[in-house]
Design a protein around this ligand. Structure first.
Ligand code: ADP
Ligand code: TRP
Length: 335
C-alpha cells in the first residue's frame, strides 16, 4: 500500500483569522515538512454558500495565497483546486450509488439546517437547503478517497465527515474489494484545548461569532483591533490574572517563551497595565505575520503566480486521481 498521505481541504468562504492560523495553518505547515501532503481549495464545497462569481474567484486565490504566504512549499506539497480534478466528481457519482440516504439524513450540518427551520416555525423543514449541502459528505469522501488520503487533519467540527468517509470507503471495499480497496482514512484532530485561540470576547475565535481578528489586517488596523480587545478595569499597579485575560492568551501563541514568562511575571506582580500588554501583543503578532502579510499582498496584487501554482498542482493531483479512478472503474464494471 502507498505511504501515508496527509490530505486536507479548506473551504474558501471568507477571510482567515488568527485562530485558523494557530489551529490549522501552522499544524498543516508542520505536517508538510514531514509527510507526503495534498492541500486543496474546496471551491465546489464553497459554491453551496457563495453565489457570487467574483467573490468565489477572490476567495479561491486568497485561500491559496494564505498558505503560500505562510510558507507552504508547492514543490513539496501538492497545492490544488478541487474543481480542477474532475475525477473527484466521477467518484462522487460512484460513491452515491453505495451510500444510504439515511446516512446523509443524519449528517450534523444537514440536521442543523433543518433544526433552524423548525425553530423558525417553517413547516417545510428542507426550506433553503440545497442538494449540495445534503450531498456535502459524499463529495468530501470523494476528495479524500480519490487521492487515497490516509490522514486527514481537520478541526473537531469535521470529525463526523471523516467517520462518514471511512463508512463510505467500507461500503465500497465490502462490495468491490476484490477489484480495488480504498485505504480507510483517519482524522488527525487536535484534541488539546491548548490550541484553541480565544476571540476578542473570550469565546473560541470564529467567523460565526464575529469575534475574530483577520490574519492579514494592515498594520494600523491590526493595532486597532488589538487595542479594542476588552479588558477589565484593574488599575495599572495592581496584580492581574494573566491567564484569565484574552490578550495574554493570544500573546502565549505568538511571543517566544521568555517573553511570555516575562510578561506573565510583570502582570502578576502588578505594575504592567493592559495597554502595555496589548502593545507587546501587537509587536509579537506583527513580527510573526508582517513578512507573511507582505508576501500575501504581493501574491494577491498579481494573482498570475497563484493561478500558475494551482494549475501545476492540480495537474499533479489529477494524475494521482486518474490512477485511482481507473482502478475504481474497473472494479465496479464500467471499464
Ligand atoms: P470558523 O469557526 O471561523 O468558521 P473554521 O471552522 O472555518 O473557522 O475553521 C477552519 C480551521 O481552523 C479548522 O481546522 C479549525 O480547527 C481551525 N480553527 C478555527 N477557529 C479556531 C480557533 N479559535 N482556535 C484554533 N483553531 C481554530
Ligand atoms: N469540509 C471541510 C471544512 O469545511 C473542507 C473540506 C472539503 C475538506 N473537503 C475536504 C477537509 C477533504 C478535509 C478533507 O473545513
Amino acid at each position: 500500500m502507498a505511504a501515508n498521505t496527509y490530505l486536507t481541504g479548506i473551504k474558501p468562504t471568507g477571510e482567515f483569522h488568527l485562530g485558523n492560523y494557530v489551529g490549522a495553518i501552522k499544524p498543516a505547515l508542520a505536517a508538510a515538512r514531514e509527510y507526503d501532503t495534498y492541500y486543496f481549495v474546496a471551491d465546489y464545497h464553497a459554491l453551496n454558500t457563495v453565489k457570487d462569481a467574483a467573490e468565489l474567484r477572490h476567495s479561491i486565490r486568497s485561500g491559496a495565497a494564505t498558505w503560500l504566504a505562510c510558507g507552504l512549499d508547492p514543490e513539496r506539497t501538492v497545492v490544488y483546486q478541487q474543481s480542477k480534478v474532475p475525477e473527484t466528481f466521477e467518484l462522487t457519482t460512484i460513491l452515491s450509488a453505495l451510500t444510504p440516504k439515511g446516512l446523509m439524513n443524519r449528517a450534523h450540518a444537514y440536521k442543523a439546517a433543518r433544526d433552524r427551520n423548525t425553530a423558525a416555525g417553517n413547516s417545510d423543514l428542507d426550506a433553503g437547503i440545497n442538494m449540495g449541502l445534503y450531498n456535502y459528505p459524499i463529495l468530501m469522501a470523494a476528495d479524500i478517497l480519490v487521492m487515497e488520503g490516509t490522514h486527514v487533519p481537520v478541526g473537531r467540527d469535521q470529525s463526523q465527515h471523516i467517520e462518514y468517509t471511512a463508512d463510505i470507503a467500507g461500503y465500497f471495499n465490502h462490495r468491490f474489494g476484490e477489484g480495488y480497496s480504498f485505504p480507510v482514512p483517519k482524522g488527525v484532530i487536535d484534541e488539546g484545548d491548548g490550541s484553541i485561540l480565544p476571540g476578542t470576547d473570550g469565546r473560541k475565535m470564529s467567523k460565526s461569532y464575529d469575534n475574530h481578528i483577520p490574519l492579514f489586517l494592515p498594520e494600523n488596523k491590526l493595532k486597532k483591533a488589538i487595542r479594542r480587545i476588552p479588558t477589565d478595569s484593574t488599575p495599572v499597579e495592581d496584580p492581574k490574572d494573566a491567564d484569565g485575560s484574552v490578550p495574554f492568551q493570544l500573546l502565549a501563541h505568538f511571543a517566544d517563551a521568555d517573553k511570555v514568562a516575562d510578561v506573565r511575571r510583570r502582570l502578576e506582580a502588578g505594575g504592567m497595565g493592559w495597554g502595555e500588554l496589548k502593545n507587546e501583543l501587537f509587536e509579537a503578532v506583527n513580527a510573526e505575520l508582517g513578512p507573511k502579510r507582505e508576501r500575501y499582498d504581493q501574491l494577491m496584487d498579481d494573482p498570475s503566480e497563484i493561478d500558475a501554482i494551482l494549475e501545476a498542482g492540480s495537474a499533479r493531483a489529477r494524475e494521482r486521481a486518474r490512477a485511482t479512478i481507473d482502478r475504481v472503474r474497473a472494479a465496479v464494471g464500467v471499464a
